[in-house]
Design a protein around this ligand. Structure first.
Ligand SMILES: Nc1ncnc2c1ncn2[C@@H]1O[C@H](COP(=O)(O)OS(=O)(=O)O)[C@@H](OP(=O)(O)O)[C@H]1O
Ligand SMILES: Nc1ncnc2c1ncn2[C@@H]1O[C@H](COP(=O)(O)OP(=O)(O)O)[C@@H](O)[C@H]1O
Length: 186
């Protein structure tokens, strides 16, 4: 299971979807769970209070466990701003990797794809991460991605390189260059 963390606008969704498409196109089952799809359905009863964010991450960890149990790589992309909540993933018995998308707040705010930062600055949205709620930076992520001056594809490739480093060397070339390659972990 990969947990992709960062501020709104950091690039989590773009990177996770790029990864999912890459893996699936090579015959490796993968699925992205994202704030955007989970909060529209399963977690649509949850707000962005500290308590509800904790419940959001708890449910996501349970769903991710089911995906992993079915043999899929689960790519969970969530803001998940509180270190305490992120422990849920770490304490599960699944292979787990934390990827921190380390995009500065100023850049996220400039991107503002959904117009949410503007609304948060205007006080229309309360409790927005990075504006009037804290973001606790992950302390020991397996991977840190800097997305400034870097394409989505390049960022996704950094995760794939990390992923490939966990595989037997004999399969690495196959994984990167041959479609529908076999996947064998160490
Ligand atoms: N108050 C507040 N704070 C942060 N984000 C907010 C908020 N309100 C709405 N949104 C939108 O919800 C997306 C984050 O949902 P998450 O489930 O990832 O959040 S959390 O993990 O429960 O903190 C996040 O999506 P991304 O932009 O993809 O990160 C926002 O679009
Ligand atoms: N290297 C990169 N990685 C990810 N996103 C990037 C990168 N460079 C620019 N972007 C852009 O930043 C925006 C990030 O939006 P999104 O993926 O929705 O972020 P998040 O899911 O963290 O809110 C997209 O418009 C994306 O094209």
């Amino acid at each position: 299971m990969y947990v992709i963390l960062g501020l709104s606008g950091a690039g989590k969704t773009s990177i996770a979807f790029e990864l999912e498409a890459y893996l699936v196109s090579r015959g490796i089952p993968a699925y992205g769970l994202d704030g955007d799809n989970i909060r529209c359905g399963l977690n649509k009863d949850l707000s962005f209070s500290k308590k509800d964010r904790e419940e959001n991450i708890r449910r996501v960890a349970e769903v991710a466990r089911l995906f992993a149990d079915s043999g899929q790589i689960c790519l969970c992309s969530f803001v998940s701003p509180f270190a305490e909540d992120r422990r849920i993933h770490k304490e599960s018995d699944l292979p787990f990797f934390e990827v921190f998308v380390d995009t500065p707040l100023a850049v996220c705010e400039q991107r503002d794809n959904k117009g949410l930062y503007l609304k948060a600055r205007q006080g229309i949205i309360k409790g927005f991460t990075g504006i009037d709620q804290p973001y606790e930076t992950p302390e020991h992520p397996e991977l840190v991605l800097k997305t400034v001056d870097c394409t989505v594809e390049q960022s996704a490739m950094q995760v794939l390189s990390f992923f490939a480093s966990l595989l037997c060397p004999v399969y690495i070339a196959d994984f990167f260059y041959w479609p529908h390659s076999l996947f064998v972990s160490k």
